[in-house]
Design a binder for this molecule. Structure first.
Ligand SMILES: [Mg+2]
Length: 212
């Protein structure tokens, strides 16, 4: 198990109050949820393409009072396929695009390691979620994780998230089969982030998350 403190240093600057105010939190995976994933990895802003409706989804969640925090594995750093500055540039542009669309991405936590590093922060391990909760005073039980892979659902469970949502974009279809094979189900399956956002807002409005 390697020391994951380096990834904390690479975290994007925070804009959330760390006073326990942050209660309506959506943890979002990035690749395959917000943007098109690629087997070649996303190594530059030029390769970053939004999935249709994902900006609208984040804008709707923002308007409804949710804090959006991205939780993402970015092994391009550990694989030496991209520099930390390049990843920072992608995330700066992502946040700006979101802002231009009426959405606020409050923070981005990423794991720079490879699977061979056996770190605590690479999903499905919950290190990034636990770190986000610690920094921002989040009760994980009051959060929802949305992702497109089995790793995201496992991470949500291990991190104690109140709900785990699987989207069928990205790797979502194969993830459903992988999860079924280990008899683990997400709380909801949505065709894409826009649909997932609608479910999240309905769920929270019904206060099911707060009392179940
Ligand atoms: Mg993904």
């Amino acid at each position: 198990m390697i020391d994951c403190s380096a990834s904390k240093g690479l975290r994007m600057p925070s804009s959330l109050p760390s006073n326990g105010d942050c209660q309506k939190v959506i943890f979002l995976d990035r690749d395959g949820v917000i943007n098109q994933d690629s087997p070649e990895y996303i190594k530059s802003w030029h390769e970053f393409h939004f999935i249709f409706g994902s900006l609208d989804a984040m804008a709707a969640l923002t308007a409804a009072g949710f804090s959006i925090i991205i939780i993402t594995n970015q092994s391009i750093i550990g694989r030496h396929m991209g520099a930390p500055a390049t990843l920072a540039d992608i995330h700066t542009r992502l946040k700006q695009c979101a802002k231009n669309h009426g959405a606020v991405i409050h923070d981005i936590f990423f794991c720079p390691h490879t699977p061979e590093d056996h770190c605590a922060c690479r999903k499905p391990n919950p290190g990034l979620i636990l770190e986000a909760c610690r920094i921002h005073g989040i009760d994980p039980a009051q959060s929802i994780m949305i992702g497109d892979s089995a790793k995201d659902v496992l991470c949500a469970r291990r991190g104690g998230c109140g709900r785990a949502v699987l989207v069928q974009t990205g790797n979502g279809i194969s993830a459903q089969k992988q999860l079924a094979a280990i008899q683990m189900q997400p709380d909801h399956v949505a065709p894409d982030l826009l649909s997932a956002a609608g479910w999240v807002m309905d769920t929270w409005t019904a206060t099911a998350l707060m009392h179940s």
